[in-house]
Design a protein around this ligand. Structure first.
Ligand SMILES: Nc1nc2c(ncn2[C@@H]2O[C@H](COP(=O)(O)OP(=O)(O)OP(=O)(O)O)[C@@H](O)[C@H]2O)c(=O)[nH]1
Ligand SMILES: [K+]
Ligand SMILES: [Mg+2]
Length: 424
């Protein structure tokens, strides 16, 4: 990567300060050109920046980090300037005018860090989740990946696979000598333990659940009060409510954090068996699909018609109306009766549907790699052909390599780093 790139790494102006980062071989020269000379490495200095004509751009705090022990693995400079739009614009223009410098693409700093071995793929994925985190649980979960705990565990698994491979290959290498006693005892147990451990970690709820939120579907017959409850849970008039049956046609989704748990609340069209027009019928079909996609279903209707595992909600409890049979909770969207209990139930189930935050969790991609490695290991037959055994172990190692991105494709990297913002 010969280009030197720069970007505003702090939030959108105007703000109190703006931080412009420059990374690549020409960052030192670029900073020196603006600031007169380079500050000592890793020590902040106050410097007045000037453009080519000598006109003052701003008085700033500048930092100089020579590579490769930097965030990107390259020479890196930082300018902490006043955070006004025009200030940032003027400094950015001066940088863009310099030879060999250009504006960074989204996630380009992180991509360079990855390319230079400053972080692996699992850490980069964790970082993307951390930046996107909106709730406390998301922050904690992402921190374990971004901070390297996940990578450490994978590295540990990889080490165990390499240990097994070394034992098998030692036997293959000495196969025609007489004094080799064969495979060390306990190899089968070691393999089984590893398979069990990988499958246990891969069996936890996926990390995406934490990122995307637990889907709570409000479903039931028309006019049951689904949209009213949706609005009450959101504390917002997001959905249209009318006394007319069949008001909601489309599926309506809203993200909300409750007690630190990320949820997506989903309001759906009332399900009725007959009398629905064409449009309503389409809404009902969408409602069915939504119910299938949910981790939690709030069923506002007859318990006998409830999808398996739903929370049965007796709605409009303030009317004390028709007994809806045994419900898990009685609520009123008008008086708020029963809402606390319902929220507690949702939060409890929500937490159970998420990966535990104090343990590492794999995302879908990582899970596939981990399970592929476990499958290879599970097929390892120590008493069979050792050449095949050695190949299985190589295959398991390659799957773990893929997990941390040791051989990742450009396409995959484009998708990942596209999730970052510019300046990260
Ligand atoms: N008294 C009382 N009325 C309610 C309550 N919840 C909803 N309603 C009323 O019941 C009617 C239907 O409410 P909606 O929230 O539109 O019901 P829905 O299930 O979304 O209806 P569809 O979208 O048509 O299927 C409206 O007139 C609401 O004002 C409640 O808790 N108490
Ligand atoms: K309605
Ligand atoms: Mg509705």
């Amino acid at each position: 990567m010969d280009d030197t790139v720069f970007a505003l790494s702090s939030g959108a102006p105007p703000a109190a300060i703006g931080i412009i980062r420059i990374s690549g071989p020409r960052s030192g020269a670029a900073l020196a050109e603006l600031a007169g000379k380079l500050p000592p490495a890793r020590s902040p200095r106050v410097r007045t920046l000037r453009d080519r004509t000598g006109a003052v751009l701003d008085t700033t705090l500048v930092l100089w980090f020579p590579g490769p022990q930097t965030a990107t693995g390259e020479d890196l400079a930082e300018i902490h300037c006043h955070g006004g739009r025009a200030v940032i614009g003027a400094i950015s223009r001066s940088l863009a005018d310099m030879d060999g410098l250009r504006a960074a693409e989204t996630g380009e700093f992180t991509r360079r860090a990855f390319a230079n071995g400053r972080m692996d793929l699992a850490e980069a994925e964790g970082l993307a989740d951390l930046l996107a985190a909106e709730t406390e649980l998301q922050r904690q979960g992402a921190l374990l990946s971004a901070g390297g705990s996940l990578s450490e565990r994978i590295e540990e698994w990889r080490g165990r696979v390499l240990g097994l491979a070394a034992a098998v290959e030692a036997v293959i290498d000495f196969a025609d000598e007489d004094d080799v006693a064969g495979l060390p005892p306990g190899l089968t147990d070691e393999t089984e333990d590893l398979v069990e451990e990988i499958r246990r970690v891969a069996g936890r709820p996926e990390a995406e659940r934490l990122r995307d939120g637990v889907r709570v579907i409000l479903a039931g017959p028309p006019n049951a009060g689904k949209s009213s409850l949706f609005n009450a849970l959101l504390a917002d008039d997001a959905a249209i409510v009318t006394p007319e049956a069949g008001t909601t046609r489309d599926v309506l989704e809203r993200s909300v954090g409750i007690a630190g748990v990320p949820f997506v609340l989903v309001d759906t069209a009332g399900m009725r068996k007959e009398g629905a027009g064409v449009i309503e019928e389409m809404g009902i079909e969408r409602a069915r699909r939504a119910v299938e996609s949910g981790q939690i279903v709030l069923w506002l209707g007859e318990p006998v018609e409830a999808p398996d595992g739903s929370i049965i909600v007796a709605s409009k409890s303030d009317l004390g109306s028709a007994d809806q049979g045994p419900a898990d909770v009685k609520v009123s969207s008008v008086t708020g009766q029963g809402m606390d209990l319902l929220v507690d139930m949702i939060v409890e189930r929500g937490k159970a549907a998420l990966p535990p935050v104090d343990r590492i969790a794999l995302n879908r991609r990582q899970k596939e790699c981990a399970l592929a490695a476990a499958d290879d290991l599970a097929q390892l037959d120590i008493s069979g052909d050792l050449l095949i055994g050695a190949e299985r172990l190589r295959s398991a190692r390659r799957a773990l390599d893929r997990l941390v991105g040791r051989d990742s494709t450009e396409e995959m990297l484009d998708a990942l780093f596209g999730r970052f913002c510019i300046g990260k």
